[in-house]
Every structure is written in C-alpha cells, then in structure tokens.
Ligand binder design. Structure first.
Ligand SMILES: [Fe+2]
Length: 188
C-alpha cells in the first residue's frame, strides 16, 4: 500500500533547493525525486483543498493547490482537466514542472514585437521534469481524454510578482490578471 506524500517535507526540500547556489538544478532534483515516487505509486497524494477551483468558479479547469509561497519559492500542485487550453503567460521567474499523472501538453512561444508566437510543443509525461526560464512563455492543457497532475515549483513569489499574459488569438502581451486568464481559456 502506498504511503502518503509528505507535502510539508516536499515544501521544505523546495525551500532548501531555492536557497542553493544553483537553485534551478537543486529544485529539478527535488521535483524529479517527488514525481518519480508519485508516478510509480510508491507514494500517493493526500486529499487537498482546491484553491484554483474556488477562484475559477463554475469554469472547471482543474484543481490547483498552492502549498507554499514566500519571496524565494512558490510550490503548487496543478491538476489540469482535458478540453481547456490555458492562455500563454510567463512567470517572471524560473519554474520547474514535474508531471506524475497524465500528460501535460506545453506549448512554448517566442516573443516577437510584444506578441507571443507559437514556436514548439512538448508533452511532459509522468516522472518527467522540465525547467522554464524567467521569460519563457508557455500555455498548458491536458492530453485529450485524461486529467493531468503535476508539481509546479517557481523560484519566487508567483502570486505577487508582476508578469505577463498574452491574448490567445492576437498574442498581444498585457499585464497578468487572473480573471482575464480565465476569460482567455479556449477549447483544447
Ligand atoms: Fe505557467
């Protein structure tokens, strides 16, 4: 039987990693170990309240839960439901994403004259980890027909750092706003 994933220990490990001299490499290692354990079924997530579901009201994109946030790091569990393409955005800080269930489809965009233009795509599978640079622009969705669950760790205060959102059709950059983010969700 699987033991429960220790969210407090994971947060502590992420905080230590964020303080390391090479914070991205250290955070990648912490997230990699966690998603390998979760993907293998050795450990299982405990039931968690959903912050994202509350904020998104009737629009059910998934269930996100921020486990921790301070000036150095933000730790979140991101659940993405199929059928929704979330809009392009950046984070204004490095990010590490590790998937432990389903496939997280990442679209990566190039910045061209104040707009985002689709450049590449990658599906991140269970036990895989990717790192995003401060100015990386991406948009995520779940693979068709399956929910996706992932650990997202950001090297800064995601909720308070000014960052950008991009219109889903025109690609025009604007300041990030969560209500606008939801308005820009499109069918995947
Ligand atoms: Fe993101």
């Amino acid at each position: 039987m699987a033991t429960l994933f220790d969210t407090r220990q994971f947060v502590n490990e992420c905080r230590d990693a964020a303080a390391a001299s090479d914070a991205v490499t250290a955070t990648r290692a912490v997230v990699r170990d966690a998603v390998r354990a979760l993907a293998s079924g050795v450990v299982a997530l405990p039931p968690l309240d959903s912050m994202y579901a509350r904020r998104s009201g009737g629009l059910m994109l998934g269930h996100d839960r921020t486990l921790f946030e301070d000036d150095a790091t933000t730790v979140a569990i991101v659940e993405t439901e199929p059928g929704h393409l979330q809009p392009p955005h950046d984070h204004s800080m490095c990010a590490v994403i590790g998937v432990f269930e389903g496939g997280e489809r990442n679209r990566f965009y190039r910045r061209v004259g104040g707009r985002a233009r689709l450049a590449t795509r990658r599906v991140v599978r269970p036990a895989e980890v990717i790192a995003l640079r401060e100015r990386t622009v991406h948009a995520i969705s779940a693979e068709a027909g399956e929910s996706c669950r992932a650990l997202h760790v950001y090297l800064g205060p995601l909720g308070s750092r000014p960052r950008s959102l991009f219109h889903p059709e025109s690609g025009i950059e604007e300041p990030f706003d969560f209500d606008t983010y939801l308005y820009y969700v499109r069918a995947a």
